[in-house]
Write a protein that binds this ligand. Structure first.
Ligand SMILES: Nc1ncnc2c1ncn2[C@@H]1O[C@H](COP(=O)(O)OP(=O)(O)OP(=O)(O)O)[C@@H](O)[C@H]1O
Ligand SMILES: [Mg+2]
Length: 353
């Protein structure tokens, strides 16, 4: 297997650098279709940042988050070594530049976990970030896959407490830059419509590569003109899909294989809804999913690459997004398939439906 170099993302990197060069004022939401390269971009950027920035990056993807305690555990890295027991926050901070969690000493652990109060955890983080700042560094907090805690409750919903905390860190205290990444476009849509976040956040889209960027990427791995056509026609600019082709002996066969697989997945899903029905929950209410409405919505993509978010009824829209067939961009109020492979699969399946 070939090792793949990080490719491009100049525009997005510049946008993030510009944000980092100013005082923290707004929360930045990084969003985009699934597998578009959001996490890869964040990790690349973290490696490149000057020492002036102390980054706390927490990826919630692999964490178990069924309870508040589990969420707190996923945020903090407990410093258990007995030798560091008496360490002050200042000493702790001097040893970190990039952390996959927020370091905490055993002394503060009890305080943070006490009484299941998010306030305790947040006031510890503020204290730690103040020490980072006093040491001449700029704290940066990045949370990846935040939607995983969207249903978690403490007294009320934890996510609201968290957003208030982020507003405090940015707009109020100008203490830390806060980035939140998500691939869940329904979650992003709810954020976009959330009154408490109005004018307190900005959005940065990380989409699949455009055509030019894709062709440049393929050039690095000596794709013939025919293979480039195959790659763009099947995978578009979806990095993960292009990487699969780079690592394949027969690129055309691989691309066709991925397409047939995706077509099969879509057929099966539609067949299940047709024969058994399905339902989704919206705001606590169970709503039936209708096969005919799904087909009508998907048929719109036969002649168009994207359609207006409100051209499709809410249940159908949410079902197609939840099942990772469509992606919603609430900023543009548009919907499109999660990938070119999905677009092609939709068109193929709709031929026979
Ligand atoms: N800029 C890039 N250069 C090279 N490869 C990339 C780039 N961006 C993404 N990739 C490849 O695509 C894969 C998927 O990217 P990544 O996990 O960052 O996507 P994501 O948008 O975070 O996905 P998810 O929606 O699941 O959170 C990576 O593991 C990597 O192989
Ligand atoms: Mg990711």
């Amino acid at each position: 297997m070939r090792s793949i170099e990080f490719h491009n993302r100049e525009k997005e990197i510049n946008a993030i650098r510009n944000i980092l060069n100013t005082d923290p004022t707004l929360i930045t939401f990084i969003y985009g279709p699934i597998n578009s390269g959001k996490t890869e971009l964040i990790n690349h950027l973290i490696k490149q940042l000057p020492e002036e920035y102390v980054v706390f990056y927490i990826n919630l993807r692999t964490k178990l988050l069924a309870s508040y305690d589990e969420f707190v555990e996923s945020l903090f890295e407990l410093e258990i070594a007995e030798t560091r027991r008496k360490e002050t926050l200042k000493e702790l901070v001097s040893s970190i530049t990039k952390a996959a969690g927020i370091p905490i000493t055993p002394e503060f652990r009890d305080y943070v976990f006490k009484d299941k109060k998010p306030k305790n955890a947040f006031s510890y983080i503020i204290k730690l970030f103040e020490v980072v700042k006093e040491s001449g560094h700029q704290p940066v907090l990045i949370l990846d896959e935040l939607q995983k805690i969207s249903d978690l409750k403490v007294d009320g919903l934890l996510i609201y407490e968290l957003f208030n905390f982020f507003i405090d860190l940015t707009k109020e205290k100008h203490l830390a830059h806060v980035f939140v990444a998500t691939s869940d476009s329904l979650f992003l849509e709810s954020i976009y419509n959330e009154a408490m976040l109005q004018e307190r956040c900005r959005y940065l889209q990380v989409d699949d590569f455009d055509n030019q960027t894709t062709l440049k990427f393929l050039d690095t791995y000596t794709f013939s003109d025919t293979d480039k056509d195959v790659a763009w026609n099947y995978c578009g600019g979806k990095p993960v899909c292009l990487v699969e082709l780079v690592n394949s002996e027969n690129r055309e066969e691989k691309a066709r294989g991925m397409f047939i697989f995706r077509t099969g997945e879509l057929e099966t899903r539609l067949k299940l809804v047709k024969e058994l029905g399905d339902e989704i929950t919206i705001g606590g209410r169970r709503c039936d999913v209708h096969y005919e409405k799904l087909v009508n919505a998907l048929k719109m993509f036969v002649s168009r690459d994207e359609v207006g978010m409100n051209e499709v009824d809410e249940v159908t829209k949410r079902y197609l997004v939840k099942t990772n067939i469509l992606f919603v961009d609430p900023l543009r109020k548009m919907m499109k398939p999660q990938s070119k492979l999905n677009l092609r699969a939709i068109r193929e399946v709709m031929k026979e439906t």
